[in-house]
Ligand binder design. Sequence first.
Ligand code: G3P
Length: 216
Amino acid sequence: MELYIDTANLDEIKEAAALGVLDGVTTNPSLIAKEKGVKYHDRLKEICEVVKGPVSGEVISTEYAGMLTEAEQLIKIAPNIVVKLPTTVDGLKACKHLSGRGIKTNMTLVFQPLQALMVAKAGAFLVSPFIGRLDDAAEDGIELIHKIRAIYDTYGFKTKVLAASIRHNKHMVDCALAGSDVATVPMSVIKAMLNHPLTDTGIKKFLEDYKKAFPG
Ligand code: G3P
């Protein structure tokens, strides 16, 4: 499973990239807005300078023509920019148009399997089901990943399933078991993925035993 970081914070992106296992970055307007004083496209450019894998930059337009205009601006930022589009009628049309020109898209705000089927038919590079927000709404986010995986495998769609809105380690384990191609996560989850209290107590005991057996 590929690992993306879901942030527009450069320090976090650099920290995650330094681990050596980071495959890409996802951003959205809310995440870039949290970074005070930055310009939207400038921040995407800075991110692309740190991470060479896919970097998703989202359009703000809600209608087809505006989405295509923004896509033109986004793809000029760097070769690894992926144009992130909302999964709506206009978003689907823009996805089909851009995919036909070989431009990679990430179809976002997916909450049910037929949205994923439609964007795959339109040639999306990535589909982003939001599992945490579904769980927040008393639905089952991981079940959505299973359903999309089954549909894509049945029909041989190449669109990558990118599990988004991930809140914790249990989501990560379940996404991996469900066959998600990618998971995008905040830095807090990346750090938590390496944690277990028995690892910490195990290291402590090894060092204590070593010092007792080999004093000085
Ligand atoms: O980037 C999209 C997604 O990961 C947002 O997550 O936590 O705002 O539901 P969240």
